[in-house]
Design a protein around this ligand. Structure first.
Ligand code: NAP
Length: 351
């Protein structure tokens, strides 16, 4: 019998969305997570089998992996879950994919390239909204010029974040805003790097602020570009986080402050409702500078980030099961920029 895909963190907002999407597509999952009661409820709804274990329980993880074709993790913040699960996957010879957007998790995964190659497995974090569309867009646009030297990405229209996304964003206050400069991850003061971006949709240029987004890690490996910055519109919660980091320096990174901020997020709705998932959309803008000074622009319109995450994570999983690419991979190094064509509701425009 064909082994199922093990979905760890299945009980979260995004994990449940992935499980439900898999069910409608006829993909068989085995649900996993640390909370047996929540897993039992989701199993009753989806009909999928389940197993409960914490990421610290090496023996149970090994047994669960032996019975699985691949591990897809939706358990974040991934700072607490990714490393032990990646190591268990390397030991078991099973590919590891997750939906992180955390820069340090991408870097941790890249550091496991050699053992993953030796084990013949794929380690591919970031198979959600962050970073599949932006990584494929970065690859696409960098191929438009001869010698790409600088990448600027803008992302707008992300809508309401889930609680898990909010808590993960709060964790970025520990490390500040990171960009890539001359090939090196470099920290800048929150709110200090701003620029106006026009997505070419007729609504003019809008003030943006640099954010610590996963592409400063992944696009470097997908395109070889050494200068990378990612920007969000300078509004709402993005500016609230930027101001906290700007005025309070390292204070918001302290454990009691982190606990307080995460407790505030727990009072918010779990994530976008069904209507937002169906109708919201996001837009990404990429600008690449060639060594000769030429600047090219491409835009990508996508569905709601969570809808895209469920779609992209299942498609990436299917592609790796069919054709494993050993070692650490970004979506674009494994599948190329053309992977965008496989995603539902994405529209790419060269400007
Ligand atoms: N790449 C993307 O575009 C994208 C899209 C969506 C989400 N994400 C990321 O995915 C993560 C989950 O988001 P969400 O909206 O599903 O959040 P959520 O509703 O809070 O769910 C988090 C899930 O992770 C599990 N979990 C958290 N910490 C854990 C730990 N230390 N050990 C084991 N399990 C743990 C939770 O288990 P319990 O149920 O037992 O608490 C739950 O299943 C976040 O980091 C978010 O930023 C990324």
């Amino acid at each position: 019998m064909k082994k199922p895909i093990l979905l760890y963190g299945a009980t979260g907002y995004t994990g449940r969305l992935i499980a439900r999407t898999a069910k409608t597509r006829g993909v068989t999952l085995r649900l996993a997570g640390r909370n047996a009661e929540k897993l039992r409820v989701l199993s009753q709804e989806t009909g999928f089998d389940w197993t409960a274990f914490p990421v610290s329980d090496g023996a149970t993880i090994s047994r669960a992996l032996e019975a699985s074709a691949l591990l897809l993790s939706a358990a974040g913040p991934f700072s607490a879950t990714a490393a032990p699960l990646m190591d268990a996957c390397i030991a078991a010879g099973i590919s590891y994919l997750d939906i992180t957007g955390e820069i340090d998790v991408f870097e941790t995964a890249a550091g496991r390239d050699a053992p993953a190659r030796q084990a013949g497995i794929t380690i591919m974090p970031g198979v959600g909204f962050d970073v599949v569309p932006s990584d494929c867009l970065a690859k696409h646009i960098s191929d438009r010029v001869k010698t790409p030297v600088r990448l600027v990405l803008g992302v707008k229209g992300l809508g309401m974040p889930s609680r898990g996304t909010g808590k993960t964003a709060v964790e970025t206050l520990k490390t500040g805003v990171r960009i890539r400069k001359n090939g090196v991850l470099t920290t800048v003061r929150p709110g200090s790097l701003v620029r106006d971006l026009d997505y070419g949709l007729g609504d003019g240029a809008e003030r943006h602020v640099a954010v610590p987004w996963g592409d400063v890690s992944t696009a470097f490996r997908s395109t070889g570009i050494g200068d990378i910055e990612v920007y969000f519109p300078a509004t709402g919660p993005v500016m609230a986080l930027a101001r906290l980091g700007h005025w309070l320096g390292p204070l918001p990174g302290l454990p009691p402050v982190q606990r307080f901020l995460k407790a505030q997020i727990d009072k918010r709705p779990e994530g976008p409702g069904a209507e937002a998932l169906a109708v919201d959309n996001a837009t990404l803008m990429a600008l690449v500078t060639d060594a000769d000074g030429t600047v090219v622009k491409s835009r990508l319109e996508t569905p709601n980030g969570y809808t895209l995450t469920a779609d992209a994570s299942l498609k990436a999983t299917a592609a790796i099961l069919q054709n494993p690419v050993p070692g650490y991979q970004t979506p674009a190094t494994a599948f190329g920029g053309g992977f965008l064509d496989q995603l539902e509701g994405c529209r790419l425009t060269d400007l």
